[in-house]
Design a protein around this ligand. Structure first.
Ligand SMILES: C[S@@+](CC[C@H](N)C(=O)[O-])C[C@H]1O[C@@H](n2cnc3c(N)ncnc32)[C@H](O)[C@@H]1O
Length: 201
């Protein structure tokens, strides 16, 4: 069984990992994304929502000797806390937490609030990890991620959606597969569910 402790040992962290029960991504999801990152060594990683996932991905980039994480975060306090943790773990070189207030966007005649991307560097994304905005904010809260970022994804980009066992995330996956029929979808029965999408090229 994967725990935060086993993950910490796997990645040779020299301090206990800071996690918040129910809010930090589950250890098995973090294990899936860290395995991918260590194997594929993506150069540009974008994540939606910062926290423990930012530390894990930044540490993978440090071990890989390549890669940078850009984390979109709407909550200034969470952003500040994660920046502080990156400093404590000497990982600031490998991750940037971007203040990204939620903005209104209309897609398929439905309004959503999603991260401002003004401060996101114009780089091609090799790995996208979606763990926000929180589900309580709105129905199908994470749906805008692909419509808004799809043009920036590299041909080999792999997309990871956390909490994929929830009804909303399953709706989102169904809609994405309609919107982007070139995508292939794999569901992993992790603690909270993990959906993996690839363009398959
Ligand atoms: C699921 S959490 C993000 C988890 C992050 N990816 C991680 O692994 O730690 C999604 C969002 O919830 C908000 N959040 C984090 N901790 C919270 C808390 N304790 N209470 C309320 N909102 C929180 C933050 O804005 C965060 O971006």
């Amino acid at each position: 069984m994967i725990t935060y402790q086993t993950l910490s040992e796997k990645l040779n962290f020299n301090k206990d990992l800071p996690f918040t029960p129910d809010w930090s991504a589950a250890a098995d999801f973090l294990n899936i994304i860290s395995d991918h990152c260590l194997t594929l060594k993506p150069e540009i990683i974008v994540e939606c929502s910062c926290g423990l996932s930012t530390l894990i991905l930044a540490r993978c980039c440090q071990l890989n000797g390549i890669g940078h994480v850009y984390s979109l975060e709407n909550g200034p306090d969470y952003a500040a806390r994660t920046r502080q943790q990156l400093e404590q773990f000497n990982l600031t070189q490998y991750a940037s937490v971007i203040d990204a207030p939620l903005e209104k966007i209309t897609l398929h005649k439905t309004d959503y609030l999603w991260y401002s991307t003004h401060e996101l560097p114009d780089e091609t994304i090799d790995m996208l990890v979606i763990d926000g905005p929180p589900g309580f904010m709105q129905k199908n809260s994470r749906y805008p991620a692909l419509p808004l970022l799809t043009k920036r994804l590299s041909r080999h980009c792999v997309v990871f959606l956390d909490d994929a066992a929830r009804d909303d995330e399953q709706n989102i996956i169904r809609q994405w597969l309609k919107d982007y029929p070139q995508l292939t979808h794999q569901y992993i029965s992790a603690e909270r569910g993990c959906s993996i999408l690839t363009a398959g090229t």
